[in-house]
Design a protein around this ligand. Structure first.
Ligand SMILES: C[S@@+](CC[C@H](N)C(=O)[O-])C[C@H]1O[C@@H](n2cnc3c(N)ncnc32)[C@H](O)[C@@H]1O
Length: 276
């Protein structure tokens, strides 16, 4: 018998993981855990008590109705990011309708687990995504997810850090650029488990440059987006207005902020209807 010092539902998730049964079927299993399973459960509970996110212990997180493999080299996909994908799907469907395009190509900068790229590639017919990351282990996780989900219209590309435009020069013209870049700054409020266990390079903007990724994404938009192309970013609500101003100053059209489910500005969307 394992003494539990974590919430009962988390223990159940870990037990289902160890028994290799879906959580909904756990109540149907009546065999006691064997010695090896007991030891494994104790170890996972110990790690959970130290603050390791549950998703790293089970190796999985649902995103947009699909299961993604995760480990400590990638950010755990967030519900907020599902909102970004939903916005992008709407915007890209409008783009396809208005332009009669049957194939579209886009960039997902900072792909991590590959959750954005894989979901767009699976949800939008004729969508090809180039997905970049500076972390080779993260690209390994993304590759595993593409394999598990049988996605063959995403190309992974390793790039350098800090981000530079030169890494993207060989990309052809794009119909969209999407990104959930590292955007936190030291003074932002961050849950302790997140701060201590998720990769720093996935969380924090480069030191003293909270807008660097956004400036680069906007410049990439100028260089690579076709006319009418879509920019869609996840943004920190604390600095959402400044990011919108950057996009407007760069003279993209229909620039706007959208809210996440908690009612805070979380997304910035725009079109390259440029009148330069
Ligand atoms: C906030 S995470 C987003 C991960 C994933 N797209 C998601 O939404 O769950 C940011 C990602 O950007 C990557 N990253 C950091 N610096 C980068 C750079 N210079 N170029 C490309 N990716 C970078 C990190 O490794 C991390 O995977």
């Amino acid at each position: 018998m394992v003494t539990t010092l974590i919430p009962p539902h988390e223990r159940r998730i870990l037990e289902a993981h160890i028994r290799k049964v879906p959580l909904r079927d756990l109540a149907l299993v009546t065999d006691p855990l064997d010695e090896y399973q007991n030891r494994e459960l104790k170890e996972l509970i110990r790690l959970r008590m130290q603050g390791l996110p549950l998703q790293y212990l089970t190796g999985s997180q649902d995103f947009f109705g699909r299961e993604f493999y995760v480990n400590t080299s990638v950010l755990v996909p967030r519900p907020e990011t599902e909102g970004l994908v939903e916005l992008a799907i709407n915007e890209l469907s409008k783009l396809k309708l208005s332009t009669n395009l049957t194939e579209i190509r886009g960039l997902d900068l900072g792909t991590g687990s590959g959750c954005i790229a894989a979901t767009l590639a699976l949800e939008i017919l004729g969508c090809h995504v180039i997905a970049t990351d500076c972390c080779s282990e993260a690209l390994g996780v993304a590759a595993e997810n593409l394999r598990r989900l049988r996605v063959n219209n995403v190309t992974l590309l390793e790039v350098g850090t800090p981000p530079t435009l030169s890494d993207y020069q060989t990309l052809g013209d794009l119909d969209f650029i999407i990104s959930n870049p590292p955007y936190l700054v030291e003074s932002d409020e961050v849950a302790t488990d997140v701060r201590h266990h998720e990769p720093e390079s996935a969380l924090y903007a480069p030191d003293g440059q909270p807008f660097l990724f956004y400036e680069m994404l906007i410049e990439l938009g100028h260089q690579k987006l076709k006319n009418d192309g879509v920019l869609a970013f996840e943004v920190p609500h604390e600095r959402a207005d400044e990011i919108l101003q950057l996009v407007e100053k760069a003279r993209f059209g229909q620039a706007r902020l959208e809210n996440d489910l908690t009612g805070r500005h979380r997304y910035c969307v725009a079109r390259k209807t440029i009148s330069l």
